[in-house]
Design a protein around this ligand. Structure first.
Ligand code: SAH
Length: 218
């Protein structure tokens, strides 16, 4: 796959669009300008890769809309070296954005097919992260606590394990709701026992499902 001037031009346009939609964080915009999103999609989507839309990535899942990726990343306010737990590796695009911002990323995917494909794909592009096949509801306590946690699937509730694995002073961004619509929450752990929740508007994600999925299906 090639990253052409045309692709770069399309990315420039996309970042301008995101700016108009309210994304202000220059580092987030710079990461989106730099990362070739079309690499993360099937060749058939090449022409549309920089439309501000979600697309199918196989196994019945989607790559999040660029606006959503930018929005969630902006909420996290990533500092270099932050330890970040990501639930829902999917295509790996969000993972790549976090890595570009200097995060140390621990990412969990419940679909075996995506876990395997995305891990080798990101490694081939030299994006280093720790990949886990498992159920994101449980988080990954062995590597915690985390400075930041990002959930990229619609959760019916806020999993307690994820709250427990957030550092005091840390931030979690998670869409909470039913399969139709979710409300984005920013959750700041203000002390060992206290959390501050803020609602940040409505979004639409594929659902966060319990358990692991081992069968390969399209
Ligand atoms: N960040 C991804 C979004 C993918 S869509 C991207 O930009 O491509 C959401 C992903 O979450 C899907 O790949 C889905 O399989 C995964 N997922 C859903 N429930 C999960 C769970 N309980 N644990 C881990 N991953 C989960």
């Amino acid at each position: 796959m090639q990253d052409t001037y045309k692709h770069k031009g399309q990315r420039k346009k996309l970042t301008q669009e995101l700016k108009k939609q309210g994304i202000e964080d220059k580092k987030v915009l710079a990461a989106i300008l730099e990362i070739p999103r079309h690499f993360f999609l099937d060749i058939g989507f090449d022409k549309m890769a920089y439309h501000n839309k979600a697309f199918p990535i196989g196994a019945g899942q989607t790559i999040s809309q660029p606006y959503t990726v930018a929005f969630q990343t902006q909420v996290l306010n990533i500092n270099k070296g932050d330890k970040v737990l990501e639930i829902g590796t999917g295509s790996g695009y969000q993972t790549a954005v976090l890595i570009k911002l200097g995060a140390r990323v621990y990412t969990i995917e419940r679909q075996k097919e995506l876990f395997i494909n995305t891990q080798s794909f990101l490694s081939s592009l030299n994006y280093e992260a720790k990949f886990f096949y498992g159920d994101g509801y449980k988080g990954k306590s062995t590597y915690g606590p985390y400075d930041k946690i990002i959930v990229t699937a619609g959760a019916p509730y806020i999993p307690q394990a994820l709250k427990d694995q957030l550092k005091v002073g840390g931030v979690m961004v998670i869409p909470v709701g039913d399969s139709e619509e979710q409300i984005m929450y920013s959750i700041i752990r203000t002390s060992k026992t206290e959390y501050k929740e803020t609602k940040l508007g409505s979004f639409m994600f594929v659902p966060m499902l319990e358990g692991k999925q081992n069968t390969f299906k399209q």
